[in-house]
Design a protein around this ligand. Structure first.
Ligand SMILES: Nc1ncnc2c1ncn2[C@@H]1O[C@H](COP(=O)(O)OP(=O)(O)OP(=O)(O)O)[C@@H](O)[C@H]1O
Length: 356
């Protein structure tokens, strides 16, 4: 983790709408995977992204790395709006500016290429240096991620899972990007090598001054590695909180509920209870997307999307949330569990799905 300076990537009101698998282009068949995302990532900082399955984490990661074109909105990398460039300019600009490490190195690496060629490929495509310089860069990359020379001619299938992920990390760093996106980078690995790969990523980030976006279901790890944590719910960024203030610096009821379900963060208590399942991303609720499960929801939550409101996060740094009824600072998880149980018994949460 390091200090926050110049923005390397900015999302401005980014929306991604997919056609539902097997569906047409009717409104009812549209999946709102990312809705109105605004995010600025500064050089050297780590932004963790958390939220339940299907909330849009991977979609946002793909937008940041140029693999997903937004339906609307702007993606600026190093100050340039990448979707107004020609395809060739964009490939060049994004390829050199952002690297991505995927969850499963077995599927993200070309199975027919030896390690040496996998690492040389981005250098060849971007015509970086002479042949000899590219060979030397490949050796340097292997050293950087702790791979022995002896695996240079091996195919991915001949490597261990941890070694394969080291190759994927080296490839993502080949063009010296300013930002590394790591989408669940350790979850497909054996538990025994997860810590090694995580420490490697943190060490590289520190040494190379990289900004990093770390997407994970592992909230403990996200809290440990991040400067700021983005909470996503149903395609929306609902809270951005300084990691050091978590969990009690968070004021969005959903962030508090998500963190309360993570064992070991505070005294062991029951998680804050939520009502029902996450609504469908094809028919998101009107107003606040979380209101159908929220014990604090009132009529205004169904009527109006809350503005992004600055918070104080107990003085730990910039903080913002979208909520009409934020959790007061200083409220413990135990108090929230009690409140949520009581409110859920005495009121009917706003379950109705709107937006036909
Ligand atoms: N290519 C696609 N076509 C249609 N729907 C899609 C497509 N990609 C993603 N979705 C949908 O968009 C929503 C967001 O998906 P996304 O993969 O970004 O979520 P996620 O938070 O990364 O989930 P997970 O934690 O399970 O990986 C989901 O409802 C998903 O089903």
């Amino acid at each position: 983790m390091s200090s926050v300076t110049t923005p390397v990537v900015e999302l401005r009101d980014v929306h991604v709408v997919h056609r539902a698998r097997g569906g047409g282009w009717f409104d009812r068949d549209r999946v709102h995977a990312l809705t109105g995302a605004d995010l600025t990532i500064a050089a050297g900082e780590t932004v963790g992204v958390v939220g339940e399955s299907g909330c849009g984490k991977s979609t946002m990661a793909k937008v940041l790395v140029g693999l997903q074109q937004p339906t609307s909105g702007e993606v600026r990398i190093d100050g340039h709006d990448v979707w107004t460039m020609t395809a060739a300019e964009r490939r060049h600009h994004i390829g050199a500016g952002v690297g991505m490490v995927f969850q499963d190195p077995s599927t993200s690496l070309n199975r027919r290429m030896p390690v040496r060629q996998i690492l040389r490929d981005p250098l060849d495509v971007h015509r970086r240096g002479s042949g000899a310089e590219r060979d030397s860069r490949v050796r340097e990359l292997m050293q950087l991620v702790g791979l022995p020379d002896s695996v240079a001619d091996a195919l991915p299938s001949q490597l261990s899972g941890g070694q394969r992920q080291r190759v994927a990390i080296a490839r993502a760093l080949a063009l010296e990007p300013g930002l590394l996106i790591a989408d669940e980078p350790t979850s497909a690995l054996d538990v025994s090598v997860r810590a090694q790969i995580l420490n490697l990523l943190l060490d590289l980030q520190e040494r190379l001054g990289l900004a990093m976006v770390f997407v994970s279901h592992d909230i403990q790890t996200v809290r440990r590695v991040s400067d700021r944590i983005v909470t996503m719910y149903l395609g929306r960024l609902v809270e951005i909180t300084p990691a050091r203030s978590m969990p009690e610096g968070a004021q969005h009821p959903y962030t508090r509920a998500l963190f309360s379900a993570t064992p070991g963060l505070l005294a062991p208590i029951d998680p804050i209870p939520l009502v029902g399942p996450v609504p469908s991303a094809t028919r998101p609720p009107s107003g606040c997307p979380f209101r159908t499960r929220c014990w604090k929801a009132t009529e205004v939550c169904a009527e109006t999307l809350p503005e992004l409101t600055p918070g104080t996060a107990n003085g730990h740094g910039p903080h913002a949330f979208r909520c009409h009824h934020p959790v007061p600072l200083g409220t413990s998880d135990a108090e929230l569990v009690e409140l949520a149980r009581r409110e859920t018994r005495t009121t009917t949460p706003l379950h109705v799905e709107e937006k036909p």
